[in-house]
Ligand binder design. Structure first.
Ligand code: SF4
Length: 328
């Protein structure tokens, strides 16, 4: 199930849930009291195995990846495997020294902006979080590190999308990713009812199309909301075609959660579809069994979810990853 629209075949790593913040919407429930990390000795071989399976992008997320001590070595391992790299950060710990360590190692740094400063600080649970992010971005811009912005949009912050787009473009972001807030993790407790519904999704989908025209040639605008009417039926892969297929041709993104469990498509995907734990076996040893014994079940579950989603409804705008996670 390939959901990225490009040639990017992404392995997404969550090496730690350690974070300096405790955001209201954190799907991984990360925070300052969590210390556990996936060791580099596990993640570096995993990167090699993922490259051998056809993945070409390593995306490091968290927790706050800049607090993962072995981040430079992890990025070096990705480069040695011939993979492009992205790092998703809350932007508040971007000191000059940290930014210098990222230059030449990160293809794209993505920083989170949740709205105008008051909204951002509220979502991040920290007064002054926006000011820290702005200061960090100054180091990023000064170092010439390519960067993008991800806007996690809630029902209430959706009207601030144009503000976020302007903020990002004025500082030289090359990408704006609009992500619909999900009631998962801490958001279940702290932001009940804040996820955007179909009407807000529809307005955002239209606004994103407008922003694409406004910032054409300067900043790429992605939105992870789809019009259900645009979904094609899943073309099932036949068992004979799957046996020797590289995993990246079957599943992207592939997600390594902070406890070492590998799941398809997105953090929090139902674990009955997990490949297993890289703390117990190498990815290269997990893949053959999953591909032979589990992939067809996963594919059938996604096919059923797509069939449901393709039913006509009045307001057909949804976050595809979230719907799949809910429905498989
Ligand atoms: S959303 Fe990101 S910055 Fe906020 S607590 Fe979670 S990992 Fe940390």
């Amino acid at each position: 199930m390939i959901l990225t629209g490009s040639q990017a075949r992404v392995v997404q790593l969550h090496p730690t849930r350690r974070c300096n913040l405790e955001c209201l919407h954190c799907y991984s429930m990360s925070g300052p009291s969590l210390r556990a990390e996936l060791p580099l000795e596990v993640l570096a071989p995993l990167i090699d195995d993922a490259a051998a399976e056809g993945y070409n992008v390593v995306s490091v997320s968290g927790g706050e990846p800049l607090l993962y001590r072995a981040l430079p070595e992890l990025l070096d391992a990705a480069a040695a495997a011939g993979m492009a790299t992205t790092v998703v950060s809350n932007g508040t710990v971007l000191t000059e020294a940290r930014v210098e360590r990222l230059v030449g190692r990160v293809g794209l740094l993505v920083v989170s902006v949740d709205g105008a400063p008051a909204t951002h600080d509220r979502m991040r649970g920290r007064a002054g979080a926006f000011a820290l992010l702005e200061a960090g971005l100054e180091h990023v811009v000064a170092a010439g590190l390519p960067f993008g912005v991800i806007f996690t949009m809630s029902r209430d912050s959706a009207p601030e999308l144009p503000w976020v787009a302007r903020f990002a473009a004025e500082r030289g972001a090359s990408v704006l990713q609009i992500h619909a807030l999900e009631e998962a993790g801490r958001a279940v407790l702290r932001l009940a009812g804040a996820a955007p519904g179909p009407a807000v999704n529809a307005a955002t989908w239209v606004a994103a199309a407008h922003l694409r025209r406004v910032y054409a040639g300067r900043m790429t605008v992605h939105v992870d909301i789809v019009d259900r009417a645009d979904l094609a039926a899943v073309e099932p892969r036949r068992p004979a075609d799957v046996v020797d297929a590289p995993l990246a041709s079957l599943v992207s993104p592939l997600v390594v959660e902070a406890d070492g469990v590998v799941v398809p498509l997105q953090y929090g995907f139902p674990r009955r579809h997990a490949l297993g734990s890289v703390l117990l076996a190498r990815l290269r040893d997990l893949v053959p069994r999953w591909r032979a014994e589990e992939f067809l079940d996963f594919q059938a579950a996604c096919g059923r979810a797509f069939a449901q989603l393709r039913q006509p409804v009045e307001l057909p705008f949804v976050s595809l990853y979230q719907e799949l996670t809910r429905r498989v």
